[in-house]
Design a protein around this ligand. Structure first.
Ligand code: BTN
Length: 286
């Protein structure tokens, strides 16, 4: 039994300490060849996305991973803070150099969401569902957020950074009061302690498979089908909270470029590129 499994139980005074990340343990489970070729592991860092951006600008290879036990300046969408307490989650960024056009970049978020959900399902048989565009939820609470950034010009992507934050063993008190209702962790929702090293490796394995499937064939139909199955947004009445205009409608589909199609009550269909979407009638965060 490895060190993280020995200490990875709740018997230790209910601390649910899952140990630190360890590159050797990650590599033991890693079958991906390209994703994870280089792994830079930090005990504490400002933000793995920030570091990844610097490394990518200096020429880091595709598939480089930056991961940390703690982030002190973790960033979420719309400039929000991403709580990244030590040893309680997976705070990881993947550097990619895809050859497809920037219009397909949102596919990287979908690929990441599918990879996280598949990896967890393979480990504990429980699914995270996807709230468009970039959240993974369990029991209506957010467990994982994905932040994809690009450096691109004239129709070419120089590099993309996919930042994945997963709350693995966070406790209620780890989140600020304003997130108390909406944020949660795998531990809180499933009562399971998940080995973070194993989960990282399984995510990278799934990510590579899904990424290569698309980049080698250009075919995203299987990904879209898998997304539709896991979506908590499609088929629901949603409110789109856009800075310029809010509106309501029925979320009817994910397009090939991963935008959301929403049918308004007057029958008009609108394409939502980004922005916050809340699902009506659930009473909660989703
Ligand atoms: C969201 O707002 O839902 C996206 C959250 C993304 C958080 C991850 S954690 C790893 C990477 N580093 C960051 O600073 N942010 C992303």
């Amino acid at each position: 039994m490895d060190k993280s499994q020995q200490i990875g139980n709740q018997g230790l005074g209910g601390l649910a300490y899952t140990g630190s990340l360890d590159e050797t343990l990650i590599r033991k489970r890693l079958s991906a060849n390209k994703i994870g070729r280089s792994i830079k592991l930090f005990d504490s860092i400002d933000s793995t996305n920030k570091k990844a951006k610097k490394m990518a600008a200096k020429g880091a290879i595709e598939g480089s991973i930056i991961i940390a036990n703690e982030q002190v300046e973790g960033k979420g969408r719309l400039g929000r803070t991403w709580v990244s307490k030590k040893d309680t989650g997976i705070w990881m960024s993947i550097i990619l150099r895809p050859e497809f056009a920037p219009i397909h970049a949102a596919k990287l978020t979908v690929i990441s969401a599918l990879a996280v959900s598949q990896a967890l399902y393979g480990m504990i048989g429980q699914r995270m569902l996807i709230k468009w565009p970039n959240d993974l939820v369990m029991n209506g609470r957010k467990i994982c957020g994905i932040l994809t950034g690009l450096s691109a010009d004239r129709g070419k992507i120089h590099y993309a950074i996919v930042g994945i934050g997963i709350n693995v063993s966070s406790r209620r008190g780890d989140f600020p009061p304003e997130l108390a209702e909406s944020a949660s962790s795998i531990l809180l929702e499933t009562d399971r302690i998940v080995d973070r090293n194993e989960l990282v490796a399984e995510i990278l394995n799934s990510f590579e498979e899904l990424y290569l499937q698309f980049t080698r064939t250009g075919d995203f139909t299987g990904h879209r089908a898998a997304y539709r199955e896991l979506s908590v947004t499609l088929g629901k009445r949603v409110r789109v909270l856009r800075p310029e205009q809010e509106f309501e409608g029925l979320a009817i589909d994910l397009t090939d470029t991963c935008t959301l199609l929403v049918r308004q009550d007057d029958g008009r269909t609108r394409e939502v590129l980004a922005g916050d979407v809340s699902i009506r009638g659930t009473g909660g965060y989703i």
